[in-house]
Design a protein around this ligand. Structure first.
Ligand SMILES: *Cc1c(COP(=O)(O)O)cnc(C)c1O
Length: 399
């Protein structure tokens, strides 16, 4: 019998049974009230996850990359200048997308492992007295390096320089796992997808647009058809979709949102922090280094870990897959061969996290890494045990 292990890649993530079962439904007529009655509550619950009251949520049958394309093409024109910092594979891919749409992309190169450079943005924006820069593009959680950036600091860079550029944020691997505050941070376009924090299958790009972004639609000249915000917003207002919606994913999304909102977003974030912190303690016990260059940048959804000099991280991840049936993330771009990644987002518990650490220890031991088997697991166990004790203590105090 083939027993399936959870995946430890940073998306697509493990799908809870409730969500998988919710996706096993017979076709319903997407032009019937059965669909329209479901759509609006989904969109308003998604707003709670983005923490926006004033923005609109727009979905497309696509992966996260489609969400980027939609955000850019609906609000910008060829030749528009955009400012982007490159500090990992996903910020790099976003730059590539803008260039292919003939935007003029100004790139701030940053060390991989660092985050969005708010001060360098501020310095550049201050020099842009003609306001040629139309947009600032930031990746909230750089999944290649395990770095979470400070979006509030980027907003301050715009505010302090009185710059009207719109703020675009990729939150594909952070939304619904780490705190994201669209309105408070003044985000104009937030891009996410179904297969990470939402614990769903791939197939839904989930975008939120501020009123300023929506006002930019009419003057934006980038060609778009499938991804036209106007068609989607008009159809959604009438409870419909401009083309065939992915019914099964929407049904899964209903359950995903119920699970997230029942747990409570703050508890979801606290769980992700706890699991991530246990994993970081394991990494430290192994004597390995994270790619993220400082603790304030540590991501609670993915850790990218350098292998020691002389080892190839691809051999490690392949070995874990073939011998133990466990998938870890490979090193992307300039991290390839040098680092592996542990995805720790979505439907995870302390105990599931321990199983991934244990599998990684076996794989490293097999390949003669200089680590003590059990050392990482023990460090994480110790952390999870004390957290659980504290939680029980708080409960008994509250009770
Ligand atoms: C996963 C991911 C994406 C989108 O990838 P898709 O494969 O198109 O869904 C974009 N940005 C980040 C930071 C990601 O982690």
């Amino acid at each position: 019998m083939q027993i399936e292990n959870p995946v430890f890649i940073p998306g697509p993530t493990n799908m809870p049974d409730q969500i998988r079962q919710a996706m096993q439904i017979q076709t319903i007529d997407h032009r019937s009230p059965a669909f329209s009655e479901r759509l609006n509550p989904l969109l308003s619950d998604l707003k709670k996850v983005f923490k926006t009251r004033v923005g609109e949520v727009i979905t497309f049958p696509a992966s996260g990359t489609g969400g980027w394309e939609a955000a850019v093409t609906n609000t910008l024109s060829p030749g528009d200048k955009v400012l982007v910092a490159r500090y990992g594979m996903f910020s790099h891919r976003w730059i590539d997308l803008c260039q292919r749409h003939k935007l003029e992309v100004e790139i701030i190169e940053c060390q991989w492992g660092s985050g969005a450079p708010a001060e360098r943005f501020a310095e550049r924006l201050a020099r842009d007295s003609e306001h040629e820069i139309k947009a600032l593009l930031v990746t909230h959680n750089e999944t290649a390096t395990g770095v979470r950036s400070d979006i509030a600091a980027v907003r301050h860079a715009l505010n302090d320089t009185d710059h009207p550029a719109m703020l675009y944020v990729d939150c594909v691997s952070s939304l619904a796992s780490m705190d994201f505050r669209m309105d408070e941070w003044g985000v104009d376009l937030a891009v996410s997808g179904s297969q990470k924090g939402f614990m769903l299958s791939t197939g839904l790009a989930i975008v939120a647009a501020s009123q300023k972004a929506i006002a930019a639609i009419d003057s934006a000249q980038c060609p778009r058809c499938f991804f036209d915000f106007r068609d989607m917003l008009d159809a959604n207002r009438n409870g419909g979709y401009p083309y065939t919606p992915p019914i099964q994913i929407f049904n899964g999304l209903r359950v995903s949102l119920d699970l997230l909102l029942e747990e409570g977003l703050d508890n979801v974030f606290a769980r992700h922090y706890r699991i991530a912190e246990g994993i970081r303690r394991a990494i430290a016990a192994w004597g390995l280094e994270l790619c993220a260059i400082s603790p304030d940048l540590y991501s609670d959804t993915v850790s990218a870990i350098y292998v020691p000099e002389g080892f190839d991280s691809n051999i490690l991840t392949e070995h874990a897959y073939h011998k133990y049936g466990v998938s870890f993330g490979i090193g992307l771009g300039e991290m390839n061969g040098k680092a592996f990644r542990i995805g720790h987002l979505g439907a995870l518990s302390d105990v599931i996290a321990l199983s991934g650490l244990s599998a990684m220890e076996m794989a490293m031991k097999d390949l003669n890494y200089n680590i003590e088997p059990g050392s990482g697991v023990a460090a994480a166990q110790e952390y999870y045990r004390t957290c659980a004790e504290e939680m029980l203590l708080n409960l008994s105090k509250a009770g």
